[in-house]
Design a binder for this molecule. Structure first.
Ligand code: GLU
Length: 413
């Protein structure tokens, strides 16, 4: 008996697979250092925990509104208006889902329309592992826009201009980037917005920008975070996605959200709420109060974590940059490095393993030095030369783990 072919051909998330493998080894007593999941090692702020616990104790355990409770949606709309300067967002434009990943998956389902011939997802690559599978599951086609470490893994306005066609439905922008750790400047994003606005008037009337801003608070390179949805010319065709996982150390809570603007934003919110009403209904009702606690009361915790990530970024980058043969842009946001390791392909490890690819490199590194990194193949073209390392872990692990990577690379012949 078979499963549905869309599931048979679906790759599992490699970020989660490597994380699970590292945890399994640690449970078995192996001294493994995991640079796998992008997951802050901090605890969720106490105020947030208390908001959820008291809701639970107070009996907030029944069904709640599908897109989230009115108070959380109001707080999110205010945040997007005030901090991100996105015009035309009200509580009705916001849908809260089970993590940023869920928000994205629902959006891809709501927007891609293969039957109408608007099914292309323009994806600057390397990109986070789940955008492409989400596209395929929704019946869409990924159109990769290649970037490389030489240009900080950033697409140029000319590349975007060339990629847009009448079939373009979604342009994915993810700044700061997972896995690249780099960011677009406000000027670069404004240039993209202009191209989208012009193309929308002529050849691509259905083009929507999905701006994944999960890492907006984790920036340390002197570049301001800028929401492309704040540009008036494309505000009504931009959906901004965010969540609490990364900025508030709440990965396990699974709280993500999105909002668009104006009439189209409202339409998208209603469409996605329909999808959610036929699947998960809503996030758990007793965690709803955590949303406003995080967004309105935790600024100092966020700042403290940002400082820690900034310090770790410096250490991790200087250690990685000092390893012969690795090419890696300096990170400016998120908590990832994505070094190009292809100079070492074709060599053999001390344990006799052939390093033929990023996957072979990551496997040999795990087996021989007990360091878990995510091989770059699943991040799209260009990724096959790289591996992803997260510095969301403590400084001691960063030093010890990168030391082991250095020893491993030094032993390659
Ligand atoms: N987004 C995080 C990462 O890339 C968590 C795992 C996932 O959802 O891919 O590591």
């Amino acid at each position: 008996m078979r499963l549905a072919s869309r599931v048979e051909s679906l790759p599992p998330s490699s970020t989660l697979a490597v994380t699970a493998r590292a945890k399994e080894l640690a449970r078995a007593g192996v001294d493994v250092i995991s640079f796998a999941a992008g997951e802050p090692d901090f605890s969720t702020p106490q105020l947030v925990v208390e908001a959820a616990v008291s809701a639970l104790r107070g009996g907030q355990t029944r069904y709640g509104p599908v897109p989230g409770d009115p108070e959380s949606r109001r707080v999110i709309a205010e945040k997007l208006t005030r901090e991100n300067q996105i015009p035309g967002v009200t509580a009705d434009h916001v849908v809260i889902s089970s993590g940023g990943k869920h928000s994205l998956a629902l959006l891809f389902q709501a927007l891609i329309d293969a039957e109408a011939g608007i099914d292309e997802v323009l994806l600057p690559v390397p990109a986070w592992v789940s955008y492409a599978p989400m596209t395929t599951l929704a019946g869409g086609r990924v159109v990769e826009i290649p970037t490389s470490s030489a240009n900080d893994f950033k697409m140029t306005p000319e590349q975007l201009e060339r990629a847009i066609t009448a079939g373009s439905r979604i342009l994915v922008i993810n700044s700061p980037s997972n896995p690249c750790g780099t960011m677009y400047s406000p000027e670069e994003l404004r240039a993209f917005a202009q191209i989208v606005a012009d193309a929308a008037k002529t050849r691509a009337p259905d083009l929507v920008v999905i701006s994944d801003e999960l890492y907006e608070k984790i920036i340390f390179g002197g570049i301001d975070h800028f929401s492309i949805g704040s540009v008036p010319a494309i505000a009504e065709r931009t959906i901004t996605v965010n969540g609490l996982s990364k900025a508030y150390a709440m990965t396990g809570w699974r709280i993500g959200y999105f909002a668009g603007s104006g009439a189209f934003g409202l339409k998208v919110a209603r469409g996605v709420a329909k999808l959610q009403s036929q699947s998960t209904t809503s996030i758990p009702t007793f965690i709803m109060p955590a949303v406003s606690a995080a967004l309105t009361k935790c600024e100092s915790e966020v700042a403290r974590m940002r400082e820690a990530f900034a310090a770790r970024a410096k250490i991790a980058y200087s250690l990685i940059a000092g390893i012969p043969g690795l090419v890696c842009p300096e990170p400016t946001g998120a908590f990832y490095l994505f070094p190009d390791v292809s100079a070492h392909f074709g060599k053999k490890s001390a344990g006799g393993r052939q390093i033929t690819s990023a996957a072979a490199f990551a496997e040999a590194l795990l087996e021989e030095q007990r360091v878990a990194v995510v091989p770059g193949e699943d991040f799209g073209s260009g990724g096959e030369k790289c591996f992803r390392l997260t510095f969301a872990c403590d400084e001691k692990s960063i030093r010890e783990g990168i030391g082991r990577i250095r020893a491993f690379i030094g032993s390659l012949r």
